[in-house]
Design a protein around this ligand. Structure first.
Ligand SMILES: Nc1nc2c(c(=O)[nH]1)N[C@H]1C(S)=C(S)[C@@H](COP(=O)(O)OP(=O)(O)OC[C@H]3O[C@@H](n4cnc5c(=O)[nH]c(N)nc54)[C@H](O)[C@@H]3O)O[C@H]1N2
Ligand SMILES: Nc1nc2c(c(=O)[nH]1)N[C@H]1C(S)=C(S)[C@@H](COP(=O)(O)OP(=O)(O)OC[C@H]3O[C@@H](n4cnc5c(=O)[nH]c(N)nc54)[C@H](O)[C@@H]3O)O[C@H]1N2
Ligand code: SF4
Ligand SMILES: [Mo]
Length: 677
């Protein structure tokens, strides 16, 4: 069998952005295997379990291959096949009519990171909606609180290179389930530990990562801000700060005052972490060099999540960890990829600055927003009927017979099921795209490795067709993928200097031009933060602690006593892969502490109902004293609601409440009750 190996890039929403090798039988153009590229310095030749099996998804008999038009009531699943010309002309006709009668802001795009590819995720689509004058989507569902925290503190979304973690002496995985959500960092942690480094995990749940750590510090959900302030308290009190580096902190006095109000005794009560553990942690962190913090997005899915991330980052400044290779903090590396976003997305095409709609508040947008109400939803790279909070409202909105819904998808998801027209999309193995990463500093290009099956088309091509059908003749709609890549790269940023399309085609992955050899990038060694004054901002008084509204100490009064964390499932990616039987089984459970179960007469493996004022759904109880603390319930996410008996998922329980910074989602701050059913 003649086998060719083609380079590709995993497009899933994962910090690792792996470099892939696809084995293709050239006589049939069929792939037989996916491997991690051994030459990529972070992929290092292996893939996670979910993507090692991606070809099952690629060739799945349920792939959507043709445009479909709804023929029955909304959500009934009754569709008939139509041609592309008919689909495009129906969509263009309807969007055009809505724009003409109610204004184009009645049209809402909805997308997130189903693909991290720039062209198919934030390229031709953005141009189309900008030119149309549609509402703009504020993409807050995942990372906006943490992102806003980094911007407030450093005005840069830069983080410690993964390669540097092997040089660390102390690694804090703070709300970071590395083995599950960022597995390519793990080998660097293993190397560090072989040389004597300690790994401490700060997480309410005993995750896989926590169970393999030197120490697991469980804390009450959403209380990280209190813990981080208490660590600063001890560091200031004992004079353990890096006095010299503190010159680079803008609001040091305010920071000292705010942390003075959080002695370990107070933090112990608020976080559930014993005083002695707080004291020890503060001393180890401040006196071990280099020490690095891997903070992930788990921390910021809570009311005070933005300030919590800021307070955690402030610890790295206070102790001067930014000076050292193997020190600092990593939330994201995405800021290194300084593309010309304006050239790619063309916000200048907007007829006027259009309204911004927060994607976390989709339920509200579809059921209550006025001035004007949303009359059309164009959804791609996302599955809001499963992933958006306050699912009862989201489903009610999507059920509106007067809402015109278009969904670009691979599979018949909960969202596609509620569409008027479904357009079959290509996967990342079938189209060209450019990939940044949020967990390393290598820019990558992927060309199609496989032919597009059936009548599938890429998002780029679909938005090009829609633009033509609506009579948008601006030259940017005729740009090829290569044109768009060149435009994105031509930003003038030193980080992209010397990186061309030709080089990416030849080398597949290219390290950003960070001005330092691999493993030695220390952007803040001498301060020089790209803030207005060049110094780090802790937030000062804004860090003063209040507990999350929906938590054991919160202001939300009511009968709901249990704190729900619907964290990331190991073998899936948000709702992607939810149609696998094994993933469905993994996500159909709720993990309870045996004490909480006993108090409610719930036995292991019992069917239980999880509920609050927003809704309810059922799951199978699993009792595990090691995994969760009393008072916490954990639901691995995200199940496809349509595979459950009642057509609902865990997001019926979560709320549209927003975070303190970045207007992000508060998925992990949610009070519920459970009962046998
Ligand atoms: N296997 C797998 N990998 C994924 C994903 C997936 O669904 N599955 N999703 C991808 C996406 S979209 C993202 S954003 C990243 C997210 O990556 P992570 O942020 O690492 O993943 P999460 O599970 O959201 O949260 C990490 C940890 O935070 C903990 N946590 C929850 N609340 C708190 C809290 O208040 N304080 C602290 N300290 N910890 C808390 C959770 O228990 C969890 O173990 O992962 C990506 N990678
Ligand atoms: N309860 C709870 N809710 C959560 C979370 C949680 O931890 N708990 N996590 C939140 C987070 S962090 C995130 S990031 C969001 C994720 O929410 P989403 O971004 O909606 O992610 P997925 O569920 O993976 O859905 C992505 C969809 O995009 C489709 N897709 C992939 N590639 C392409 C393409 O090239 N073209 C088109 N047209 N479609 C494509 C896939 O088939 C898939 O159905 O969920 C959020 N919701
Ligand atoms: S999901 Fe993450 S770890 Fe898995 S192959 Fe993709 S980038 Fe790599
Ligand atoms: Mo995410």
């Amino acid at each position: 069998m003649p086998i060719e190996t083609i380079h590709s890039v995993c497009a899933l929403d994962c910090p690792d952005a792996c470099s892939l090798l696809v084995q293709v039988d050239t006589s049939t153009s069929r792939a037989s295997k996916l491997r991690g590229n051994p030459d990529h310095p972070v992929t290092r030749g292996f893939l996670c379990g979910k993507v090692a099996r991606y070809l099952e998804r690629e060739y799945h008999p349920d792939r959507l291959l043709y445009p479909l038009l709804r023929t029955g009531p909304k959500g009934s699943g009754q569709f008939r096949r139509i041609s592309w010309p008919e689909a495009i002309s129906r969509i263009a006709g309807r969007l055009g009519a809505i724009a003409a009668t109610s204004g184009a802001e009645s049209i809402l795009p909805y997308s997130y990171a189903g693909t991290m590819g720039l062209l198919n995720g934030a390229g031709m689509d953005r141009r189309f909606f900008h030119r149309l004058g549609a509402s703009r989507l504020d993409r807050t569902i995942c990372a906006s609180a943490g992102g806003a925290a980094l911007t407030a503190s450093m005005n840069a979304r830069l983080g410690t290179e993964p390669e540097q973690f092997s040089q660390s002496r102390l690694i804090l995985a703070w709300g970071a389930n590395v083995l599950t959500t960022n597995v390519h960092l793990w080998p660097f942690l293993v190397e560090a530990r072989r040389q004597g480094a300690r790994l401490i995990v700060i997480d309410p749940i005993r995750t896989r990562t926590a169970s393999l750590a030197d120490q697991h510090i469980p804390l009450h959900p959403g209380s990280d801000l209190a813990l981080a302030l208490a660590l600063a308290h001890v560091i200031f009190r004992d004079g353990l700060e890096d006095h010299d580096y503190c010159r680079h902190i803008h609001d040091l006095d305010e920071y000292r005052e705010t942390s003075a109000a959080m002695p370990p005794s107070r933090a112990a009560a608020l976080t559930g972490v014993p005083e002695a553990v707080i004291e020890d942690l503060a001393r180890s962190y401040a006196t071990t060099r280099p020490a690095v913090i891997r903070v992930n997005y788990g921390v910021q899915r809570s009311d005070r999540g933005g300030r919590a991330v800021q307070a955690i980052a402030s610890l790295a400044a206070l102790t001067g960890q930014f000076r050292h290779i193997g020190g600092g903090i990593q939330l994201s590396t995405s800021g290194g990829f300084a593309f010309d976003r304006a050239a790619l997305e063309r916000p200048d095409l907007q007829p006027h600055p259009t309204r911004l709609v927060n994607m976390t508040e989709l339920g509200h947008a579809l059921t209550a927003l006025d001035g004007p109400p949303v009359q059309a939803l164009v959804n791609y790279n996302s599955n809001p009927a499963a992933v958006a909070p306050d699912q009862t409202l989201v489903h009610r909105g999507l059920a509106r017979e007067d809402l015109f819904t278009v969904v670009l998808e691979h599979f018949m998801t909960d969202t596609a099921l509620r569409a008027d027209i479904i357009l079959p999309a290509t996967t990342f193995l079938e189209h060209t795209d450019l990939y940044y990463a949020y967990g390393h500093y290598y820019l990558q290009l992927a060309r199609p490795a496989l032919p597009a099956p059936g009548e599938t088309k890429s998002n780029v091509e679909i938005f090009r067709l829609l633009a033509a059908a609506l009579g948008f003749h601006d030259s940017c709609f005729a740009d090829s993928e290569d044109d768009m890549i060149r435009q994105a790269l031509d930003s003038g940023s030193p980080y992209l200097a010397g990186i061309t399309l030709e080089r990416l085609d030849a080398e597949h992955f290219v390290r950003l031009n960070l001005g330092a050899p691999r493993g030695e990038f220390l952007p803040f060694r001498d301060g020089a933060f790209p803030t207005e004054h060049g110094r780090f901002v802790t937030g000062g008084r804004a860090l003063a602690y209040t507990p999350p509204v929906e938590s054991r100490f919160g202001a939300a009064k009511g009968p709901y006593k249990l704190e729900l964390i619907s964290w990331k499932n190991h073998d899936s990616m948000n709702s992607t892969f939810g149609n696998r039987t094994d993933v469905d089984a993994d996500t159909a459970i709720a993990i309870l502490h045996p004490e909480d179960a006993a108090a409610r007469s719930i036995a292991g493996q019992a069917r239980i109902r999880l509920f609050n004022d927003r809704g309810s759904f059922t799951a199978t109880a699993r009792l595990d004293a090691a995994h969760v603390q009393p008072g916490v319930v954990c639901v691995p996410s995200l199940r496809w609601p349509l595979l459950s008996a009642e057509g609902k998922g865990v997001n019926v329980l979560t709320s549209q409440r927003l975070t303190d910074l970045g207007e992000g989602a508060t998925f992990y701050s949610c009070l519920i009750e459970v009962e046998p059913c």
